[in-house]
Design a protein around this ligand. Structure first.
Ligand code: NAD
Length: 431
């Protein structure tokens, strides 16, 4: 980790510049896979699964059966099942409490009835990654909000594995707890193409959510740009931005930065503080922990070397300004009065308030979602939530007096835009 004390603007720009998910390099390959799945359906899925995942399946194996779920239960440790159930319960409660519940509201705009109604997106596909590791927590974080929002069909794609249930048993148990309608053993770009276009086995969905590697992300962008399906957000390498003052605990902060770095060699971990003493103490503690030896050391070292920074600024207000420019996926406020800082936070995927609130609590169990925007995308949106699974549909209803009031405006603007038939449709309704 590099320490910057009251840095110049160019140095700050280096801190802000972390890894983004650039899909351009893989796009030609992903396009070929996508086309092939659209044209040949299940047959193409089976070929790519053998090529990229090294697992040979038959068409009837693509969908996980009831028996497989039962076997998965037996394979997973009871303590893991309990932890998943407790996490699921908390995640469900958070998402129920934050569900936008407008069935229908109406109000008048200058005398005309206008309103809104909300409808769940009918069919949703959740991608649960599974290449280098298995992510049962992501199964909870994607399936539960979709179900709480009332989506009619919620299906999951996850890469196959070479074991008795030919998938991650933990992911299967998590999906069963969360309550999806179907799970397909398919990963990568081919899974996204199947969800976007449908195959003999895989249900075509209206929206795809969930994180994944660069192939998954490229395929999601392709699915959207072809108008096949909506997608949630580009979620790339993970990142944390911690703001701390001298009330913070250097050992905890060092562990928080290392925890974030273990996600990915391109992950980012930044500490901004107004206390040079804390900055030096955290740097020293990180080095001590690394010297003593940690698990996943190679990934942590690469991430901290690329995107690990400790920045000392003149005030906490300046730290918040830097955080807003960074727009981090996770923002941690480890200061004496975090509520004060929170008011000035403009851009963050999720905020972790106070010394005790380490990011891993939110990754697994607090309740809010861990699918979050990265690479600065938090400038435009926050975490995945039930709101991603509903559509807001405006309603308008004109009565007699409205026609006379609105027609002159519409006729004038329609004529100016060169759409005279629009004006005629309105004129015909005038008495
Ligand atoms: P993945 O499921 O995203 O990708 C595995 C698939 O990639 C394979 O099934 C294969 O089909 C495809 N693939 C691999 N090599 C390929 C190649 N050369 N050409 C075409 N396709 C290929 O799993 P992963 O790779 O482990 O990545 C998961 C990512 O998701 C990680 O970056 C992880 O950090 C991230 N993640 C993020 C969150 C979050 O909420 N932000 C949660 C969990 C995981």
């Amino acid at each position: 980790m590099r320490l910057l004390v009251r840095p110049e603007e160019e140095e700050l720009e280096r801190v802000l510049r972390r890894s983004e998910m650039d899909v351009t390099e893989v796009l030609p390959d992903v396009e070929r896979i996508f086309e092939d799945v659209v044209e040949r359906g299940d047959e193409a899925l089976l070929e790519y699964t053998e090529r990229f995942d090294g697992v040979k399946l038959e068409a009837e194996d693509l969908r996980v059966s009831e028996d497989d779920f039962e076997v998965a239960r037996e394979l997973v440790d009871e303590r893991t099942v309990e932890a998943l159930e407790e996490a699921a319960h908390r995640i469900e409660e958070f998402h129920r409490k934050t569900l936008p519940r407008v069935d229908r509201i109406t109000f008048d705009v200058e005398g005309t009835e206008c309103g809104l109604t909300l409808r769940p997106i009918p069919r949703v596909g959740c991608y649960v990654p599974g290449g280098r590791a298995a992510y049962p927590s992501t199964a909870l974080m994607t399936v539960i909000p979709a179900r709480v929002a009332g989506c009619r069909e919620v299906v999951v794609c996850t890469p196959p594995a070479d074991n008795d249930v030919r998938a991650s048993p933990e992911v299967l148990v998590a999906v069963e707890i969360a309550g999806a309608d179907a799970v397909y053993r398919v990963g990568g770009a081919q899974a996204i193409a199947a969800l976007a276009a449908g195959t003999e086995t895989v249900l075509r969905v209206d929206k795809i959510v969930g994180p994944g590697n660069v192939y998954v992300t490229a395929a999601k962008l392709l699915a959207y740009s072809r108008g096949l399906t909506d997608v949630d957000m580009p979620a790339g390498p993970s990142e944390v931005f911690v703001i701390a003052d001298d009330s913070a605990n250097p050992d905890w902060l060092a562990r928080d930065l290392i925890a974030q770095a273990e996600h990915d060699p391109h992950a980012a971990a930044v500490l901004a503080t107004d206390s040079e003493e804390i900055a030096r103490a955290v740097k020293e503690r990180v080095e001590e922990l690394l010297d003593a030896g940690i698990e996943r050391e190679e990934i942590v070292l690469k991430a901290l070397d690329r995107n690990g920074w400790i920045v000392v600024l003149d005030s906490l207000e300046e730290c918040v300004r830097l955080a807003n420019r960074y727009a981090p996926e996770h923002l941690q406020l480890c200061v004496e009065n975090p509520e004060e800082l929170l008011q000035d936070v403009e851009n963050a995927g999720a905020v972790f308030v106070g010394h005790l609130t380490a990011v891993p609590f939110g990754d697994y169990a607090t309740g809010p979602n861990h699918v979050l925007p990265t690479g600065g995308f938090a400038r435009a949106r926050g975490a995945l939530g039930t709101w991603d699974f509903v559509k807001i549909i405006p309603i308008q209803r004109l009565r007699e007096g409205d026609v006379e009031r609105l027609a002159p405006i519409v006729e004038e603007l329609a004529e100016r835009e060169g759409l005279p038939n629009h004006a005629e449709a309105v004129r015909a309704r005038r008495s």
